[in-house]
Design a protein around this ligand. Structure first.
Ligand code: NIG
Ligand code: FE
Length: 407
């Protein structure tokens, strides 16, 4: 006997080799918070009332795996609307960063903010994501750049998991920018990150994975390699902000380190693609940053596809390059701006997003044994999720098998 069963619904399982892994008239059952059965309703045997304690007649619509936002900087102090205005007047993201604005302006605001303030502000930004059926999210540090503030950000990320119905993967991003105290000694700062900040954060159980920003305005490949070595000492998986504004070979470096993902990738070249395909590194596309910064160079989607590199899609939610708090809008941008199909965009926020976080055994598809996190949508076709802009057709978020929100 199952705990619950959903019928009279389409299933986009995101499993198997067909787009969406579609089952038109499906059934999905839950036992002890995990998926216990999934398939065509016609394959259920016996009267459905006898199969589960609770039977939900969905009355049409579609169920998909719950969404996963696999790249965010959602914990931060302040806002950067002033920089938005300056960019509209012609200043570039890199100009603003070099003049001490950009990431460093958010560092100042984040250092000043209390833990309670950071938690309250992040919670306000998370609500719209959760209402879209996000039940797992990655949250990076990287706006502290000193020991106390990096730990503070990561504690807030952990507190989010305790307070809100969402699983949080924390990512240590101490190598996000060179802070003012180390302005003339980036190498010294990298040593400090590797020798003091990362070990301090790990010791407190605050780090699930390690990231860095490989870019002319941030850290060189040699510096990133040192951060990866430090992560390896703690057996932590790595990922990288790579090839966002130029091609420094970051993706190949990440792939060589067995990275879970390389993210942004507008300037990714053939060598990087090949290296990622070989290591199984996920390409995380962040169209919100491309859109916000009015970039023109697109990531090489056709070549990634051809090489068989898994493609994920995330908000990159942050106060500078991507002030975005909708994964559905981000999926639309991935289609319209980058040429993904709606099925690829949904795989990018479910199965491949799970892979980018190393969670694919538990999340990302409707398969027996995985966590029973899924979403019911009032839609006629799964492609509707990427097609509308600013409309949220989510009716119910099912978390650990329990409906948690009826919209
Ligand atoms: O993913 N590229 C580096 N980091 C962030 C931007 C952070 C910021 O501008 O505050 C990104 O786009
Ligand atoms: Fe980012």
């Amino acid at each position: 006997m199952w705990d619950s069963l959903w019928v009279d619904v389409g299933l986009a399982t995101m499993a198997g080799s067909t787009p969406y892994g579609r089952i038109e008239d499906g059934a999905i059952a839950v036992k002890n918070g995990r998926i216990a059965w999934v398939g065509a309703r016609a394959d259920l045997t016996g009267p459905i009332e006898g199969l589960a304690s609770i039977v939900h007649q969905a009355d049409g619509g579609w169920i998909t795996p719950a969404l996963i936002d696999c790249h965010t900087h959602i914990v931060h102090g302040g806002q950067r609307a002033g920089e938005f205005e300056r960019r509209l007047m012609g200043a570039s993201y890199a100009d603003i960063a070099r003049a001490g604005g950009g990431i460093l302006s958010t560092v100042n605001a984040t250092r000043r903010a209390s833990e309670e303030e950071l938690l309250a502000a992040a919670t306000r930004r998370l609500r719209p994501l959760l209402a879209e059926g996000v039940t797992a999210i990655e949250i990076k540090s990287g706006y502290g750049l000193d020991l106390d503030t990096e730990l503070k950000m990561l504690r807030v990320a952990r507190a989010i998991e305790a307070r809100l119905p969402v699983a949080v993967t924390t990512t240590f991003l101490g190598a996000h920018a060179v802070p003012p105290e180390w302005m003339n000694d980036a190498d010294g700062y990298v040593d400090f990150v590797c020798d003091e900040v990362l070990p301090g954060a790990v010791e407190q159980g605050l780090v699930d994975q390690v990231d860095a920003f490989c870019e002319g305005i941030a850290f060189s490949p040699a510096q990133v390699a040192r951060v990866f070595e430090a992560a390896a000492l703690f057996k932590l998986p790595v990922k990288l902000h790579a090839e966002q504004l130029s091609d420094l070979g970051g993706a190949a470096l990440a792939a060589a380190a067995g990275a879970l993902s390389a993210d942004h990738l507008e300037y990714l070249g053939p060598d990087g693609i090949e290296a990622m395909a070989e290591s199984g590194t996920v390409a995380v596309l962040l169209p919100g940053a491309f859109f916000t910064l009015q970039e023109t160079r697109r990531p090489p989607v056709a070549r990634l596809r051809k090489a068989g590199v898994p493609i994920a899609v995330a908000t990159d939610s942050n106060p500078g390059s991507s002030p975005v708090t909708s994964l559905l809008v981000t999926m639309n941008m991935a289609c319209v701006l980058f040429g993904l199909t709606p099925a690829e965009a949904l795989a990018g926020t479910t199965l491949n997003a799970a892979r980018a976080l190393g969670l694919q055994n538990d999340r990302g598809s409707l398969e027996v044994g995985k966590v029973a996190d899924f979403v019911h949508w009032a839609i006629e076709e799964p492609a509707e999720l990427a097609y509308r802009i600013g409309f949220n057709p989510c009716t119910t978020v099912i978390r650990n098998g329990v409906p948690t929100l009826a919209g």
